[in-house]
Write a protein that binds this ligand. Structure first.
Ligand SMILES: [Zn+2]
Length: 382
């Protein structure tokens, strides 16, 4: 196992403190030497570590777990169609992020890291704070000042040092990058171990669907980790002949913050460049508007670093990127609540996205929507 720059190919030891390539600032990816032959499941373990044979190798004493990963699939009725919701919001801290955090923090504990830095709109930071508390590690969090108060309270209660940054989400990222010069940057965006953990939602579905891959997965996308993790996991399962296909992968963005959608329409991945106009924000005048431009706060990302791989993945699986309006998200949020599903508005974008995509998806298709975050800690949609 080694870390490799996805741009220039330079390799790094897994213990590296760097969070991107020192040579070209390229993004890291994790390369495993051994090929997956079969999915060995520890049937006595009901956490993410049930799939330990698929995760970076760790001794029992280094595993930092809160029992995350055992999330149900339930039927949702949308527009006369029955699809599956994967209730990721039932994770220990209320979001799917716990899957990535348990793997990342366990490895960092093994490496002897004592303090970490992270930036987040709320869910990833709350997850990191919880697992750091569990591991007795110090966590320094930079979050946008406009993040949901319940998420900020959760982060504080879990013992992390929280700095609120006024301005768009990217300002918190910059503050964390600065702090990362002295501390380990445990970023859910850049850290390749984190993505390995997120892959476990695919392994769980593989069990739940009796070893079948669904036909389509529709996920909210800001940094696109659910899309990237699904592709990596299914590609590995396909190579090992454990599934027959990779599902079509669809990303949903808010109309008001939609760099991936714009890149999709303009075929930016094929041209190698994402237009920057959509990412620009001004400190003078329009800052208030830009700081909270969508109720889907978890995907309000103007400059997703992995945009190229996200768009290539979606294109290769015959998926698509769609946008939904604030009103469509509000409606979907209410519709889910009336089916007993209390999610955050960010998660409701996937429901609204499915409504737009349903004519493009076979009525008999097996469709899954990961419902990413709990309604209990988000601001109300209306
Ligand atoms: Zn590089």
């Amino acid at each position: 196992m080694e870390i490799r720059c996805s741009c220039c190919g330079k390799t790094y030891p897994v213990e590296t403190r760097a969070w991107r390539c020192s040579q070209c600032e390229g993004l890291f990816e994790l390369k495993t030497v051994s090929q997956l032959k079969h999915l060995r499941i520890d049937r006595k373990n009901f956490s993410v570590w049930r799939y330990r044979s698929m995760l970076p190798s760790l001794k029992e004493q280094h595993i930092v777990s809160l029992g995350e990963g055992w999330t149900p699939l339930v039927t949702l009725h949308i527009g006369g169609r029955a699809i599956h919701g994967k209730l990721e919001y039932l994770s220990p801290t209320g979001s799917f992020k716990d899957r990535g955090t348990t793997v990342m923090i366990s490895l960092l504990k093994k490496f002897g890291i004592e303090a970490v830095v992270e930036d987040s709109s709320g869910n990833a930071a709350a997850s990191l704070a919880a697992y750091c508390a569990r591991a007795q590690m110090r966590a320094m969090i930079f979050a946008p000042a406009h993040a949901s108060p319940a998420k900020l309270a959760q982060i504080r209660m879990l013992g992390a040092r929280l700095s609120l940054i006024v301005g768009p989400r990217e300002f918190a990222a910059r503050a964390a990058e600065e702090a990362a010069q002295k501390n380990y940057y445990a970023s859910h965006v850049y850290n390749p171990f984190w993505l390995e953990g997120v892959k476990t939602y695919v392994y769980k579905m593989w069990e739940q669907f009796d070893r079948r891959a669904p036909d389509a997965i529709i996920a909210p996308a800001g940094h696109g980790s659910l899309i990237r993790a699904a592709y990596k996991a299914y590609a590995e399962l396909l190579a090992a002949r454990l599934v027959k296909k990779i599902p079509r992968l669809f990303a949903v963005q808010a109309e008001t913050v939609s760099p991936l959608y714009r890149g999709w329409v303009e075929r930016a991945d094929e041209r190698g460049e994402l237009q920057r106009a959509n990412q620009a924000y001004s400190l003078s005048g329009s800052l208030k508007v830009r700081t909270r431009s969508t109720i889907a706060e978890g995907i309000a990302v103007w400059q997703p670093p992995h945009w190229h791989s996200i768009l290539s993945i979606i294109r290769s699986t015959k998926g698509a990127v769609v946008t939904v309006s604030e009103e469509e998200t509000v409606q979907a949020h209410r519709q889910m609540a009336r089916q007993g599903i209390y999610i955050e508005p960010t998660s409701a974008t996937a429901i609204a996205g499915f409504k737009k995509l349903s004519s493009d998806i076979n009525p008999r298709a097996l469709v899954v929507l990961p419902l990413t975050g709990s309604g209990l800690k988000s601001s109300p949609a209306s």
